[in-house]
Each structure stands twice: as C-alpha cells, then as structure tokens.
Design a protein. Structure first.
Length: 536
C-alpha cells in the first residue's frame, strides 16, 4: 500500500488533480455507499442565510437538551446611552424564553419604575443569584440568549467562569455577523459569568478564573469598536540580528538585502545582517553577496551552510552565530517598499509578554498574502484571506488592518528575542525541516505564556516560495505528509479550535467563507489564553 501511494497516488494528486478527485469520489461511493463530502462546503458570504441556520441549530439544540437555568440576574451597562436605547434592551430582556429574576443598571440613567431594579453593588450581594449577565445598552438579545449561555455553562466544570458571546449587526441592507475577536482590544456586547464577577468596567481583560468564548451570535448590537486602545509601539534599544537564508536568490535577494540594510541604518542601533548561503552557484547571486559584503563590512556577514536544505536547521545554526538580542527571521524573497517596518516590529516586541511579532505581507499585486496564521485551516494551519484584495469586505471577519493577537505568524518575517528563541529550543529541525516550523515555534511560545502579535504597521512584499519552489515531487509530498502528521499529533487542541479564528469560518477554504453551523461550533465554550488587551 505504501508503494502504491508513493508511486501512483501522490504523483497523480500533484500532476492530475482532476483524475485524483474522480478516483476519490469513486472510492467513497464504493466504501461508504454515499457521495463524498464536498471539499469546502459552506455558505460563502451569505450572512443572512448563515444567521438563520445558526438560530435554527441553537433552537433545536435547546429543545433536545434544555438547560437547568439557575437564578439569574442581568446588568445593563448604559454609560453614555439614551433612554430609547435602554428601552430597546429592556424589551428584549422581557421577551427572553427564561426572563431574568433581577435587572441592574450600571451608569447615569435611572429607571425608578423598573421592576426588580437594583444598584449593581446591591445585586452582587444577593446570595441566590448564581448566574449573571452583562449586556451593552442599546443591544437587542435573541430570545434564547440566556438559555443558550446557560447551556454552554453546563459544559464547563470551572467554578469561576466568564463566557463571552458573539454578536450580529442589523445593517441597513441585511443582517451581518460581527463576531467578537479575542485579543483585538475591544469589549464584547454580551458577557455571562458565575463565581468571581468581572471588574466594574466590564472589560474582558480584567476577568478572574476561566475565560471562555462561545461563537453563538446571541445579541444584535452596533459594530464593536475595533483596534487596540494601546499606545503606539515602544522604543527599543536592543541589538538585533536579521537572518536571511538563501540559495541562488539573485535579484530578489538583492532587493531584500538592500531593504534590510536601509532599515538597520535608519535605526542607528547595534544591528547586523546575517546571510546564510545554502550552496549558491549562480554567478549573479555570488556577485550580489560579494558586492554588498564589501560595501557594508560592519553590518553584513555571509555564512556558508553546505548541508542539505533544512529551513529549521539553517536558522538554528545562524542564530548560534548571531550576536543580537533580538532575532528577525526574514525570507530572501521579501521586498521593502515602505520604510519603518523594522522599527514597528521592534516596538511591538518591546511590550511586556509579547514573545513574537509578525508583519503584514502582500503579493506583488497588492493582495494580501499574510495577515496572521489560523490553526486548523487546511488541516493544520493556513493564511486566512490569502489572495484577497485589501478592500474586500470579507476582511471584516479577519481584519488585516488591525494590530491583534494571533496563534501564529509566518516565519517569512518573524521577530523574537534570542532568549525566547532558545527557551523553546528554536525551530524543530528533526520533525519540521521545511513547513509548519514557524507555527510550531509560535505555539511553543504560547504554551510558555508568551503572546504572538500581528501588526499591519509593518507591511512588506512577499514573492512567495520563489527560492525553494512548490511541493511538486513525490519526495516533497511524502515529507509534507509527515510534517502534517507530526503537527496533528503534537498540537491536537489548538488545531481543533484556534481561539483567535472565528468558529463561523471555514476550515477548508482560506477565503473567509462561512461554514455550515453546528451545535458543537456554536455552543461549546472554548477556553481562551491570556489576551493581549490585558496588558497595561
């Protein structure tokens, strides 16, 4: 069987994808007596149909498995709102399938005639209130909001638990999803908790206990304020080593090196550019390296690495030779078109708890190549929105123009520190010689308590895979399959659910398509890591 896969099926999949797809269809029909699932099956960008299907799934789930609702109370945060907005929220509370026992107001508005109204601090002292909810005034709750969140609570054993729900937006034309994005710096419209209560300002970052997220869009609210409310990047005085592996890079390499040299010169900091030549033979490439080395002897070093290509091993070896406190992994097919990108990366890395920072990468035509990595996409990890134009409305579900926390960023342009690099043993050169080593590295940083940040303030051009080429041989396909297997065995939980990639989005298509909703994707609470917005 292994020989059949190696000699027939792998080449067929690479060179004759339509024939391979036909064989797959026939095998499914014979084996399972039914048609195979369509790859990428989903709802595209039909938000209205998706929300209708989502509501149907939630209603069916609650009918089959109704929650055992405990005493509940609601807090309406009405700071800066009008009486009309408050009344809209109160009406949706009265229409709940399980109406609240108590309602409290948090803000300047007062409602003397409101039944069961209480000051928020008084309600916290009520011993019989076991579940509390907070909703932004002006928001309209779905009829099943309380029941759906209670259903989710019953699937978590933590004594102190805070759950954040997604929201939708009733626009002038059609309703749209407006999911809360962890690590993006804005507060959710609907929060529920048991045990320790949130801080008075109801910011997610201030929670104690377990913080979880459910994807069910249970509240209709104005679009959340996006973008991080943090100061601009900090100044960084650390020394830096920029590491560029190459082999016969030619003109692409020359553009990359000149851009990096210009950034290092602009910083005026202690820095070096380390080029790792993995067996270049092209005369033009050798001439470029010789010319630039002679012109910048104090900054540019060329190291020879005469071993078979192994991206992880090359970078690990180069980091050992480098002297900088910060390490920037940079592909030789990266081109600079706007200055200041290196300072932007360094400023973000200077923040507490940030362990790695990645840049926004564009194709030469201006379309997005990288705006953060999503786990589970394509089976292991992928780039959401890859190849979409920058003004495509689909980016609303994975914003490429906002600084935010992600699970991983691409190693094509990744900044970290030397100490952190070796704290997680660098890139995995045994199991991940070519692909997913950057994702694995970021996941190890996250496991150790670090945060991975994506920033569009550093934007570069990426001529993707020009040096190494595509995965178009049997040997490369076999190696790729082994690396996929390693990642799925090593990181099953993050791959099953990336906390920073919306559960509403497809895991088979990278075009930000909506997926078919299910009870498990909508109502299962997924624990969140420490969030970027929690930093002072």
């Amino acid at each position: 069987m292994a020989a059949l896969i190696e000699r027939v099926l792998v080449p067929l999949r690479v060179h004759c994808p339509r024939v391979f797809a036909g064989l797959r269809w026939g095998w499914w029909l014979l084996r399972w007596r039914r048609r195979p699932p369509r790859v990428g099956r989903g709802l595209g960008q039909d938000h209205a149909r998706y929300l209708e299907a989502m509501d149907a799934v939630i209603a069916q789930t609650l009918r089959k498995d109704p929650p055992r609702l405990r005493a509940q109370a609601w807090i309406i945060t009405d700071e800066g709102t009008t009486a009309q907005m408050l009344e809209r929220t109160l009406a949706s509370l009265r229409a709940q399938s399980h109406p609240p026992q108590r309602v409290a107001l948090c803000g300047p508005l007062t409602r003397p005639g409101l039944p069961h109204a209480a000051r928020r601090e008084e309600m916290h002292a009520l011993a019989d209130v076991q579940m509390q909810f907070a909703v932004r005034a002006g928001s309209e709750l779905s009829r099943a909001a309380a029941a759906a969140l209670a259903h989710s609570f019953e699937r978590c054993e933590a004594a102190s638990l805070c759950v954040v729900a997604d929201q939708r937006h009733a626009g002038p034309q059609a309703p749209r999803l407006d999911p809360w994005q962890p690590g993006s710096g804005h507060s959710p419209a609907l929060t529920a908790w048991r045990g320790a209560a949130p801080a008075p300002e109801l910011t997610v970052a201030a929670q104690t206990g377990v913080l979880a997220h459910v994807a069910a869009a249970l509240v209709c609210a104005e679009p959340a304020q996006t973008g991080m409310s943090l100061p601009r990047p900090l100044a960084s005085e650390a020394s830096i080593s920029v590491i560029v592996p190459t082999r016969d890079g030619g003109d692409v390499l020359a553009r990359c090196l000149r851009g990096a040299l210009a950034e290092l010169a602009a910083l005026g900091a202690q820095g070096e550019l380390v080029v790792v030549d993995n067996g270049s033979r092209d005369a033009h490439t050798l001439s470029v390296l010789s010319e630039l080395s002679a012109a910048h002897p104090d900054v540019l070093r060329v190291l020879r690495y005469d071993h078979p290509f192994n991206y992880s091993a090359i970078n690990n070896w180069a980091v050992r030779q480098a002297s900088g406190e910060q390490i920037l992994l940079l592909n030789d097919d990266i081109e600079t078109r706007q200055p200041g990108w290196l300072q932007a990366l360094r400023g973000e890395l200077a923040r507490p708890q940030v362990a790695a920072v990645g840049a926004r990468l564009l194709y030469p035509n201006g379309h997005i190549q990288h705006a953060g990595v999503a786990l589970g996409l394509g089976g292991v990890a992928g780039h959401p929105g890859r190849t979409l134009a920058a003004d495509d409305p689909r980016w609303a579900l994975w914003p490429h123009d906002q600084r935010r926390q992600v699970s991983a960023v691409t190693g094509a342009c990744l900044l970290t520190t030397r100490a952190l690099y070796w704290a997680v043993n660098g890139l995995n050169e045994q199991a991940l010689s070519v692909t997913f080593n950057d994702v694995d590295f970021c996941l190890k940083l996250g496991q150790a308590g670090g945060m991975v940040l994506y920033t569009p303030d550093a934007t570069l051009i990426h001529h993707e895979s020009m040096s190494r080429g595509a995965e178009d041989s049997v040997a490369k396909q076999r190696r790729f399959a082994e690396e996929i297997r390693y990642m799925q065995q090593c990181w099953p939980q993050p791959i099953a659910h990336d906390p920073f990639y919306s559960a509403h989005l497809s895991r088979t298509l990278d075009d930000l398509s909506l997926r078919e909703p299910s009870a498990s994707s909508l109502l299962t609470p997924y624990r969140l890591p420490a969030l970027f917005s929690s930093m002072s």
